[in-house]
Design a binder for this molecule. Structure first.
Ligand code: ZN
Length: 130
């Protein structure tokens, strides 16, 4: 599955970033996902926890920020947002689209890491050992 290999790739990036920051774990990965990225969001959500097993990313939330398709129309000399189904014509003047500004994004925007044990974790630990 295409999304599983993407998930492994994202997990690896987040894991390495967290490890080099000395983090205990990753709490969340924020991802910018363009409508034309070719990624099936549900499949990626399904694959992410599988790919994260055994890494610092295990248990992290995958927060997906959808990115709309935005084009620049040379004819109108302005940018427009396209809505599905994506017909690559300017929604105003209907000229063919030549420039895509946004919509192909598949990038990690930020990673939330945990650097020290939280009060909650200590509480659980104390309970387990009392
Ligand atoms: Zn136009």
């Amino acid at each position: 599955m295409h999304e599983l290999s993407i998930a492994y790739n994202l997990v690896e990036i987040a894991h390495e970033a967290a490890r080099s920051a000395g983090a205990l774990r990753v709490n969340a990965v924020h991802l910018r996902l363009g409508a034309l990225s070719g990624v099936v969001e549900d499949a990626l959500r399904f694959s992410f926890p599988i790919a994260a097993v055994g890494t610092l990313v295990e248990g992290a939330a995958l927060v997906i920020e959808p990115v709309a398709v935005q084009i620049y129309c040379d004819h109108c000399a302005t940018s427009h947002t396209l809505t599905p189904p994506f017909v690559f014509r300017c929604p105003v003047c209907e000229q063919p689209v030549t420039r895509l500004l946004h919509g192909r994004e598949l990038q990690i925007e930020s990673i939330e890491i945990e650097e020290t044990e939280t009060e909650l974790d200590r509480g659980v630990y104390a309970t387990a050992h009392s």
